[in-house]
Write a protein that binds this ligand. Structure first.
Ligand SMILES: [Ca+2]
Ligand SMILES: [Ca+2]
Length: 155
């Protein structure tokens, strides 16, 4: 009796673990990115940077024109990450210049630090246990680094 059942049970367990692992991956991916994969700005980024893994996103109006824009932190090469903002200009999307981004534990926080539009954002992260952060503002297609500490150690 048990001999006959053993193989089907093993198959069911392996198959079940596979589905569970896949669904966990999907949940993790969507949760970690900070935005859903079908976001149009994210899709635009993917079309322009097809080979870069996306690590973290932030979805807010970053240039004060009333449309939400997308901050994207992505992998460029081994231990080298970059960040851009995809701006939603209504009829078209524009991508800002690229700046270096932290290697690990990236977070994006929105804060209007000077109480004047547009909203600023704070990027923090680490590399080999060294923590750093910087405050950015989108000016035109430039990502202006307003203030920061330790970014050169974590990017
Ligand atoms: Ca905007
Ligand atoms: Ca501001």
């Amino acid at each position: 009796m048990w001999k006959k059942l053993r193989i089907p049970i093993v198959i069911i367990i392996i198959f079940g673990l596979g589905i569970w692992g896949f669904s966990q991956d999907k949940i993790k991916q969507e949760k970690d990115l900070g935005v859903s994969l079908d976001n149009e700005l994210l899709q635009h980024f993917i079309s322009q940077y097809p080979d870069n893994e996306i690590l973290k996103c932030g979805y807010e109006d970053m240039n004060g024109d009333g449309t939400k824009d997308l901050i994207v932190i992505f992998n460029k090469a081994k231990r080298s990450n970059g960040m851009v903002v995809v701006l939603d200009k209504g009829s078209q999307y524009e991508i800002t210049e690229e700046v270096p981004a932290p290697i690990e534990n990236q977070t994006i926080e929105f804060k209007d630090i000077d109480k004047k539009p547009p909203m600023e954002f704070i990027v923090s992260g680490s590399k080999d246990g060294k923590f750093g952060y910087a405050i950015f503002r989108v000016e035109g297609l430039e990502l202006k680094d307003l203030f920061g500490d330790g970014m050169e150690d974590c990017c």
